[in-house]
Design a protein around this ligand. Structure first.
Ligand SMILES: CC(C)(COP(=O)(O)OP(=O)(O)OC[C@H]1O[C@@H](n2cnc3c(N)ncnc32)[C@H](O)[C@@H]1OP(=O)(O)O)[C@@H](O)C(=O)NCCC(=O)NCCS
Length: 288
């Protein structure tokens, strides 16, 4: 059986080496690794061979100890297909059970068959998909669509109407590949990094979106998620986030939305011809 240990500051070079080979160098690992080491709620796991880390993962306890968030599962390309990811996934699930967490969750790209298979092999089930889209140089997108008012809103004001609305699948908010129940405390915490916007018609909340700028491999990236009741509301909020990306001088735009809006997105003339509407993320969960 493989020995699994915690990550250390001295593993930095090995982690950067793995990240370099993941998603063409667009891995978020170099930006999260330091915070995992400092975070008492992060339970890192690493496999070492010949003095180098070759595989890693993190279990982050969130939502007041309720959820174990699985993230950062990576195996160096030279060591894939040998069961290392399986060993780490089993370890993380066992760790979550020992910590008496209520559930474990993670998101992955819907076409990441290995990752889905790994999750399902430890009893996790697919809960829902969201469409995703990313675009470089958002400042070059001149398209705007503004037919309805979009208001900025604080977490406190948002809570009752968002929870009553049927905008969120299973009452879960996703932002930047992470997910949490839309509970008052979680929204307040999220509001420390992200901003929230809504559109109301006749006092009913019909669209909600959130976004923030963060550092990524290619420079600052604008990240957003849109929950909207119809095409027009989706386009209004999309246009708003394109503008926010420009305003915040972001080099890329990355967003998630209900899967059926891929059809609307594909019809926009600035959207990449490589986008076939199949890009999506999946949330997986196991109740422990
Ligand atoms: C996904 C990843 C972690 C898998 O690591 P790995 O060590 O090669 O995986 P394992 O050898 O433990 O195999 C895990 C499972 O995936 C299956 N698998 C391997 N390659 C596969 C493929 N191309 N298609 C479908 N399943 C595949 C294996 O059969 C195994 O399932 P099994 O035990 O039921 O047979 C690795 O490819 C990686 O680091 N990818 C880049 C980052 C990433 O995608 N991380 C996960 C999502 S956040």
């Amino acid at each position: 059986m493989r020995h699994i240990r915690f990550l250390r500051e001295t593993d930095r070079d090995d982690i950067l080496e793995i990240a370099k080979h993941t998603w063409e160098g667009h891995d978020y690992l170099p930006y999260s690794f330091e915070s995992w080491l400092k975070d008492k709620n992060s339970h890192t796991a690493a496999i070492e061979q010949d003095g180098h880390v070759i595989a890693l993962a993190n279990l982050r306890v969130i939502e007041d100890g309720k959820t174990g968030w699985m993230e950062g599962l990576r195996v160096h390309p030279d060591h894939r297909g040998m069961g290392l990811a399986k060993a780490l996934t089993n370890h993380v699930v066992q760790n979550a059970a020992e910590l008496r967490l209520e559930r474990i969750r993670y998101t992955t790209a819907t076409d990441n068959l290995e990752s889905l298979r790994l999750g399902e092999s430890v009893g996790m089930s697919r809960r829902f998909n969201l469409g995703v889209y990313w675009h470089e140089k958002p400042d070059e997108i001149l398209w705007r669509y503004s037919t309805e008012d979009i208001a900025s809103i604080e977490a406190d004001e948002l809570i009752p109407s968002l929870l009553e609305s049927e905008l969120l699948p299973l009452g879960i908010i996703v932002l930047d590949w992470k997910a949490m129940d839309a509970a008052p405390d979680a929204l307040k915490k999220l509001g420390q990094t992200a901003r929230f916007w809504v559109t109301r018609r006749n006092d009913v909340l019909n669209a909600f979106s959130l976004g923030f700028s963060r550092m990524a491999a290619g420079g600052p990236q604008w990240i957003f998620t849109i929950y909207a009741m119809d095409d027009a509301l989706f386009l209004n909020h999309l246009s708003h986030h394109v503008a926010m990306a420009s305003e915040n001088e972001c080099n890329t735009l990355f967003g998630a939305f209900h899967e059926h809006y891929t059809r609307v997105l594909k019809g926009l003339d600035w959207v990449s011809s490589e986008y076939d509407g199949d890009w999506a993320l999946t949330l997986l969960e196991r109740v422990l």
